[in-house]
Write a protein that binds this ligand. Structure first.
Ligand SMILES: O=C(O)[C@H]1O[C@H](OP(=O)(O)OP(=O)(O)OC[C@H]2O[C@@H](n3ccc(=O)[nH]c3=O)[C@H](O)[C@@H]2O)[C@H](O)[C@@H](O)[C@@H]1O
Length: 522
């Protein structure tokens, strides 16, 4: 495919270092260009009855029931499933046996009570997305790297079932790490991660970060918080609580376990900026009482807490300020502009432009963001004395870091001037694509790309809502007029630059939604 060729060529031709987190694009695509569990349908089927059903509940186990441990044919799905390689052992008296099976199928057997007669009434479901074969692989999981115990990290991703979180989890799993996902499923979805469920390196916890959690962990990516304006404004108090109490709890966990902590902050900390493009030293222009304040101020206090734990307790912290990001797995009703426009264009509906469409944003494709996040988490301060600039020397901190784990305290970010960022891994880092577009330009590009994806002569001509297929709606309050990251720091510190052009990323995302439309789930 055109995009794969381009991206792969960039990997090898732009002269930049390939890190262990640069996974081949096709391996990543395998995880989202397929029907997710949860987007298909359930096919009832009847498992073969055992020749000699056990007489008592205590004998209900996988040894007594060959169904659970051997190859089995499910006539209704017409395919052969192999569950032996991926058996889940539950307590013998458990009412539910769950077998993660092939990459796109699983069986859930409900034995409503432990008696032979009731077993006869038990029902099995093969979960088979349309067009899939239910099972068929001995190892149902995508191949992951094998790491030594020295290299392998136990990594917590809060909000790991969401759009950004699930792509991060994919990458960390493919890299061979052990990943624990924590999500309250307010905006996250289990189907984003269904391909990992049952994998020995993977654990999914339904847990809200506003409650403390006691686990052992090496690294924490703290992503938990709805990011779309309609989601975070739906319950403003909860949004603030998530950012404040949730971050407090997660930092407490980092402190106790001495884990490295990365906060997913946001470009929204700059508010409606009066400095353009936005460098990290810019302190922003946020309305503390407006409708966006719960998120903007929530993330600002999350940053403040992060540096409180850094200075006071020596927690090894990283802060990524993430600019507008898009890609496959964004929920279709997410409400953000890219998902709205693509879904509207695919459905032949008018694209809803808020205001006159002259406001600007800089859109980053999800794979670029994940490169940046993992790069930042693993960045170490440069040991090269040439890189130790005076600005990045530790300021005089009475009562500064108390732990020897921390390499350098956060300097005050200098306003302009010559700075060498390579020695300062702790200060905030902008992650965004500096290519800036008006919302109107985005609408035009989306219409073109969707036309290509649908392979129709003119998608735009099929969009209702006036001559140009646009419906103009009022501008939301406090909506930033312009936004573009200054990415100098990310480039110098992480050797990171976005590689995905907007057109290519939009095509990838439109193809993802188009597949969902064809399978009937959109
Ligand atoms: O996508 C993101 O990463 C960011 O999305 C939002 O920030 P915002 O820039 O307001 O994102 P959108 O809701 O996608 O809006 C972008 C622009 O498009 C406009 N828009 C949005 C939706 C739509 O249907 N039409 C439309 O014109 C909005 O008014 C805004 O000017 C969140 O507040 C951020 O936390 C998040 O980081």
């Amino acid at each position: 495919m055109e995009m794969a060729t381009q991206s792969e060529a960039q990997d090898t031709q732009d002269g930049r270092i390939l890190h262990e987190w640069h996974i081949p694009l096709d391996d990543l695509r395998n995880l989202y260009f397929r029907p997710a569990l949860g987007s298909g349908y359930l096919i009832p089927s009847t498992p073969p009855r055992p020749a000699h059903p056990p007489a008592a509940a205590a004998h209900y186990n996988s040894a007594a029931f060959p169904t659970y441990g051997s190859r089995q044919r499910f006539p209704s799905s017409g395919s052969t499933s192999s569950f032996g390689a991926n058996q889940v052992q539950t307590h013998p008296q458990s009412h539910v046996q769950i077998h993660s099976a092939a990459s796109n199928a699983s069986i859930v057997t409900l034995a409503s009570s432990a008696s032979p007669s009731q077993f006869a009434r038990s029902v099995s479901y093969v979960h088979a997305p349309p067009g899939s074969s239910a099972g068929g692989y001995d190892n149902p999981y995508p191949p992951t790297r094998v790491l030594t115990s020295f290299e392998k990290r136990r990594i917590l991703v809060t909000g790991g079932a969401g759009f950004v979180g699930s792509h991060l989890v994919d990458r960390l799993m493919l890299m061979g790490h052990e990943v624990i996902v924590l999500d309250n499923f307010f905006t996250g979805q289990k189907s984003n991660l269904s391909h990992w469920i049952g994998h020995p390196n993977f654990e999914l916890l339904r847990h809200d970060v506003v409650n403390p959690l006691l686990i052992e962990i090496d690294q924490i990516y703290h992503l938990a918080c709805p990011a779309s304006p309609i989601s975070y404004q739906a319950n403003q108090v909860k949004t603030i609580k998530t950012n404040f109490i949730g971050t407090l709890n997660t930092l407490g966990l980092a402190k106790r376990t001495k884990a490295r902590f990365l906060l997913a902050s946001t470009s929204e900390v700059y508010g409606d900026p009066d400095v353009h493009p936005q460098p990290e030293w810019y302190n922003g222009n946020v309305n503390p009482t407006g409708p966006r304040a719960c998120y903007d101020e929530g993330k600002r206090v999350a940053e403040t807490l992060t540096y409180g734990y850094f200075y006071q307790d020596g927690v090894d912290v990283r802060v990524a300020r993430i600019f507008n990001t898009y890609g496959p797995r964004m929920q279709t009703d997410d409400g953000r502009v890219v998902s709205n426009f693509i879904v509207q264009a695919l459905k032949g509906e008018p694209l809803t432009i808020f205001g006159d469409g002259s406001q600007t944003r800089s859109f980053m494709f999800i794979h670029d963001l994940i490169d940046g996040l993992i790069g930042l988490m693993n960045a170490e301060p440069s040991q090269n004395p040439d890189h130790q600039s005076s600005e990045s020397q530790p300021p005089d901190l009475s009562g500064g870091p108390t732990s020897g784990d921390v390499d350098q305290p956060v300097p005050d970010l200098p306003h302009g001037g010559e700075v060498d960022h390579r020695s300062d891994v702790h200060s905030p880092v902008n992650l965004g694509n500096p290519a800036e577009f008006t919302v109107r330009e985005l609408a035009d590009l989306v219409a073109e790309v969707v036309e290509e994806v649908k392979n129709r002569p003119s998608a735009r001509s099929t969009i209702d809502g006036g001559d140009d297929g646009i419906r103009q709606l009022p501008m939301p309050k406090d909506d930033p007029r312009q936004r573009r990251p200054d990415t100098t720091r990310a480039r110098e510190l992480l050797d990171w630059e976005p590689r995905w052009m907007l057109r290519d990323g939009l095509k990838e995302m439109a193809t993802f939604y188009w597949d969902r439309m064809k399978e009937g789930s959109l």
